[in-house]
Design a binder for this molecule. Structure first.
Ligand code: ZN
Length: 303
């Protein structure tokens, strides 16, 4: 009886202590990173919190709250698009709500310059300067893509490392390469080209929901998959699309067959990863995990 009373007293004391003691929370982000490359961020806390976000490159990304770390954790994958972001110092802002109070933590990430090579390509002239009759189609497709890339959902459906999209990964053109089409400079490469004969099975790197499919002017057969927290996988030049908008896909599910549709010099799979609208190099992530990446961050206490 005495033992029961004692343990009851301890339980009540513990409850009071957890109700009155202040939670401790931290954010983790790298203070410097290569432009174009993926980096990891997190919010951790000893107590429950809600509405975690990270704001980076003018986009606020909703994160998920999960058990882990010192109690609760939110993971984020971020990066910078080598096509539009110059090396330099950029602000990162974390926000969350805890016990009715809004907490903010901010810092700077210095994006280091990184050399990406140049590449000369020869394609059909209409793929460099499209005929006038195709312009409204191209505009319409770019609006659909813009909408797909602004998708922002929770919870997190991505887990690292991703499932490689093809059984064998041999790069034929790296992310970030400056493209010169028929002698005319165009945007650097926003993804990685992987060797694949037409008809090769393409697998979803992460679980998620298909947000756009179509046969687009430049991209050819395209699939866009949202995996939560601003993480969107994109495949181009597909010969056959096996999913449609709204479909839920599992990690590793075959979603398409590779091909040579759109602006190509031959069959291959174009694989892009958009993180909060920033197209990053998708390849290094294939061989690492969020836990490994967070080891490169610096930790800042919030409360
Ligand atoms: Zn490509």
């Amino acid at each position: 009886m005495r033992r029961i009373k004692l343990s009851l007293a301890i339980m009540i004391l513990t409850l009071i202590a957890s109700g009155t003691s202040n939670a401790a929370s931290w954010v983790n982000f790298p203070t410097s990173w290569d432009v174009g490359q993926v980096f990891a961020v997190s919010i951790t806390s000893t107590a429950e919190y809600s509405s975690p976000t990270v704001t980076w490159m003018n986009r606020t990304i909703n994160l998920s709250v999960e058990p882990g770390g010192a109690g609760k954790i939110s993971y984020g994958l971020l990066g910078s698009d080598v096509r539009s972001i110059k090396p330099g110092r950029y602000k990162i802002l974390f926000e969350f709500v805890q016990a009715g109070k809004k907490y903010k933590a901010s810092g700077n990430v210095y994006l280091r310059p990184k050399e990406y090579p140049k590449e000369n390509l020869t394609v059909s002239p209409k793929m460099v300067n499209p005929p006038k009759k195709e312009l409204s189609r191209i505009r319409n497709e770019s609006q659909l893509v813009g909408t797909a890339l602004r998708t922002m959902t929770v919870p997190r459906k991505w887990t690292t490392p991703p499932q490689p999209p093809l059984a064998s990964i041999t790069l034929t053109s790296n992310y970030g390469k400056q493209r010169i089409y028929n002698g005319q400079p165009r945007q650097p490469h926003g993804g990685a080209d992987i060797r694949a004969v037409t008809g090769t099975s393409v697998r979803a790197p992460f679980a998620g929901t298909v947000v756009l499919t179509g046969f687009h002017y430049y991209a050819g057969g395209s699939v866009y998959i949202d995996s939560g927290n601003g993480v969107i996988t994109i495949f181009f030049h597909l010969s056959n699309i096996l999913v449609k908008k709204g479909d839920k896909v599992e990690k590793g599910q075959v979603v398409a067959k590779s091909g040579a549709t759109g602006r190509v010099t031959g069959p291959h799979l174009h694989y892009s990863l958009s993180l909060g609208g920033q197209f990053v190099d998708p390849i290094p992530l294939l061989s690492t995990s969020i836990t490994q990446m967070l080891k490169h961050g610096s930790i800042q206490q919030v409360n």
